[in-house]
Design a protein around this ligand. Structure first.
Ligand SMILES: [Zn+2]
Length: 182
């Protein structure tokens, strides 16, 4: 096989990789590196098993929590959970309100490949009336400085669901109560 062509601009290296799949790159110190391009793809097959109703619910615009069936407990979780963490009893699905309050949040300036184009984005923990645990979701339509603890938020669902937790996110309630900011 012929020796790969030599380039001193990485943009030219990228173009050559498209053409032939390999190139030599020489940097300003004269160091030469062989650069190759390989396709890389995986199909990840995953069963949601007992969590299936939760993801089907998101695709229908419903948010399902898990409620303990223990008569003396009835703890309500804002996430799928087969058994109660408090007493070990099986749970049942319970529809959660689509309005909640922002419990805390973080703003991500970097993220995995799927989220890079959205950075910076806000990840919030949302609390619901009657639920004893929190739901982690993106908070959209608000900048970092507009967010505050206790902010009323409401759910939005992806019109083209991908059966992923990203099918749901929250936005500030328009015209909602606006208590003193921090
Ligand atoms: Zn319980």
């Amino acid at each position: 096989m012929a020796r790969p062509k030599l380039f001193e601009s990485f943009r030219e290296v990228q173009a050559e990789l498209e053409r032939s799949g390999s190139a030599l790159f020489r940097d300003k110190d004269g160091f030469e590196a062989l650069v190759i391009k390989n396709p890389y793809a995986i199909n990840y097959i995953h069963s949601y098993a007992e969590d299936t109703p939760f993801f089907l619910g998101l695709s229908e615009g419903r948010l399902l929590g898990s409620q303990c069936t223990g008569p003396k407990c009835e703890f309500l979780y804002a996430t799928p959970r087969g058994h109660c963490m408090v007493c070990g009893t099986r749970t049942r699905w319970q529809e959660l309100p689509l309005n909640g309050k922002l419990h805390s949040w973080t703003t991500c300036h970097f993220g995995s490949e799927a989220f890079l184009k959205e950075t910076p984005y806000n990840l919030g923990l949302v609390e619901f009336e009657g639920a004893g645990s929190l739901l982690l979701a993106r908070i959209k339509e608000a900048t970092e400085s507009e967010l505050y603890v206790g902010m009323p938020v409401e759910a939005r669902f992806d019109a083209r669901p991908k059966f992923s937790i990203t099918d749901i996110w929250f936005v500030p309630v328009k015209g909602g109560s606006s208590p003193a900011r921090r």
